[in-house]
Design a protein around this ligand. Structure first.
Ligand code: ATP
Ligand code: MG
Length: 551
């Protein structure tokens, strides 16, 4: 059973106080992605936090697409986001699009203008930036700041009607150009963009800015606790200003927590989109991507991601989490869930010269020693088998306990075999080795006559099924970037290795997303994209061991 982490965090404490004091009767949170890319593991942290907080206090969570920027948004992303939230195990109470509130947002902007709290400004983006001042110096007021209410109402309406080109005019809140908080220096709240919107089509050519739109969206939905990441802390005064000056009835509060960063991982939709667009990866769901779709395709489980997100907790200062911690949780989750099988990734043929030709015997193999109910399967054994190339060495170093001329090893679930001879091709590569087996040493027979130090895995050559294996390493190398370099200069050239080998016969009907533990190799998932009727492809989810220790 998956136990939910009930450990406290500062947002939970605020919620408890708000419920006890009667400030709120019901908690409403929301997850507000912008549909401009696929969700990544950082979003999972936000999803889990929002849904589980509301759930714990019998509240509600909305999924709201924050689609106020028509240029980058797309319905493909809307669909993928819904799928990913559901796959993570959550179900929203209400589904909303910020773009459905455009009429109300427009009306609220008119309220601001009428109160003398907003004005139409003709300065260019560049000029606005230049007059904004710095942390040390106050900004300068726009020459358009003192337009009359009538003039502002007229111009704003004409902006809406499409009389001006992109960038010609903006609507700005009239707050305080000398505020120590730069976000309060007459921020832009509406801009012109003659662009087709995925939801509203060409109905609008003016679009609200995030800082204006977000608090209104929260208030319309009755969100009580609006949780976002730390970089919005400085925007909170503006959030509160909008709620108050727009005279929103409901008064949501914004709370900030530290975003999730992972080692060797880029975590921004903009960068991830670049990897897709530049064909560095094979789509948003490439198993090397930190997207939910990529992790799912690689073979991660929602349980492992949820455990990870709960365990890393909710902090108020940014830090970077070791990506191995995520691997730890998937290993832990898959341990009891996956059957153990054998697969040979880099095959080397072994002929067991004293095994009768034409004979096949069936051996018992335990499916999962960690799960007593998993049962036993039967695997064929005959004169020719495959082992891993790395399990044989002609001239082994010290402490190499696998096969070499004269040495004996245990074949998992089968017999001891001893290497006597080997064949090389014209390039000097070993292509076949010859062994003898000892019938006395059958696995499970209680043989105690002598011991061997190495146990290796194998598959029966006649029965084995060909399979492709895809092994992954981090996509991004952990190296300092030099001047002028971007993360694209730090791509790991070895992030994907594709191998052709063999699996046990009994896996031949495996379906996409079936998961296995391959003895000695780790956990693997049947790839849903490349597996077909005549080819089975496995993604390595994670290897068996890591040096990482959880505290
Ligand atoms: P990105 O920079 O990756 O595009 P974003 O913050 O622009 O992310 P949004 O779609 O606006 O993406 O985010 C939806 C929600 O997910 C926001 O509330 C945001 O704070 C949260 N979120 C995004 N990235 C992370 C992260 N790395 N860790 C925790 N929460 C995150
Ligand atoms: Mg964003």
């Amino acid at each position: 059973m998956e136990s939910k982490n009930t450990s406290s965090n500062f947002i939970k404490n605020i919620i408890i106080e708000d419920l006890e004091s009667g400030k709120h009767k019901e908690i409403i949170t929301r997850f507000p992605p912008e549909p401009n890319g696929y969700l990544h593991i950082g979003h999972a942290k936000s999803i889990i936090l929002n849904f589980e907080l509301a759930d714990e206090f019998k509240g509600k969570t909305n999924l709201r697409f924050d689609d106020t920027n028509p240029i980058k948004e797309d319905t493909e992303y809307v669909e993928s986001i819904k799928e990913d939230v559901k796959w993570l195990g959550f179900d929203w109470d209400e589904l909303h699009f910020a773009s459905n509130y455009f009429d109300e947002m427009y009306d609220r902007a008119v309220v601001l203008i009428k109160k003398g709290k907003a004005f139409v400004c003709d300065l260019s983006a560049e000029e606005i930036k230049n007059l904004r001042g710095t942390l040390k110096e106050p900004g300068k007021e726009s020459p358009y700041r003192n337009r009359t209410v009538e003039e502002n109402l007229d111009l704003f309406e004409r902006m809406r009607k499409g009389e001006f080109k992109d960038g010609e005019k903006v609507l700005r809140a009239k707050i305080d150009m000398s505020s120590p908080n730069i976000n309060m220096r007459d921020p832009i709240i509406y801009r012109i963009a003659h662009a087709e919107h995925h939801n509203t089509g060409d109905k609008w050519c003016i679009y609200p800015m995030y800082d204006f739109a977000h608090p209104i969206e929260d208030a319309i939905e009755g969100v009580t606790h609006s949780i976002c990441t730390l970089e919005f802390e400085d925007h909170r005064p503006l959030y509160d200003w909008v709620i108050s000056e727009c005279e929103m009835e409901s008064k949501p509060r914004q709370y900030e927590f530290a975003r999730l960063n992972l080692t060797n991982t880029v975590m921004s939709k903009r960068k991830l989109k670049l990897l897709v667009d530049e064909n560095v990866v094979d789509g948003w769901d490439d198993p090397r991507m930190p997207t939910i779709a990529g992790l799912r395709r690689k073979g991660y489980t929602p349980e492992a991601i949820r455990r990870f997100c709960r365990e890393i907790g909710v902090a108020k200062s940014n830090s970077t989490v070791d990506a191995q911690m995520l691997e730890h949780f998937v290993r832990e989750d898959l341990l009891a869930k996956t059957p153990r099988t054998m697969a040979v990734l880099r095959p080397l043929k072994v002929v067991i010269t004293n095994y009768p030709e034409g004979q096949i015997e069936m051996l018992d193999a335990e499916n999962n020693p960690d799960d007593p109910n998993a049962g036993v399967r039967q695997i064929p054994f005959s004169r020719e088998i495959y082992i891993e190339q790395e399990d044989f060495m002609e001239n082994p170093p010290k402490k190499y306990f696998r096969l070499f001329p004269g040495n004996e090893v245990r074949l998992k679930h089968a017999y001891f075999i001893k290497c006597n001879d080997f064949i090389k091709d014209e390039n000097g590569n070993v292509v076949e080795i010859h062994c003898t087996y000892d019938p006395e040493t059958k696995s499970g027979s209680g043989f105690t006559g002598r011991k061997v130090k190495g146990t290796i895995h194998w598959v029966d050559a006649a029965a084995a099924v060909p399979a492709e294996f895809r092994l992954y390493e981090p996509l991004i190398l952990d190296e300092e970037q030099e001047e002028g370099e971007t993360f694209l200069d730090n791509i790991n050239p070895n992030s994907l290795e594709i191998l052709q080998g063999f699996i046990e016969e009994n896996m031949k009907n495996a379906k996409p997303h079936d998961k296995f533990q391959f003895f000695r190799h780790g956990y693997f998932n049947v790839d849903p994209k490349y597996t077909s009727d005549d080819k089975i492809v496995f993604n390595r989810i994670v290897s068996l061991k890591s040096s990482f220790k959880i505290q």
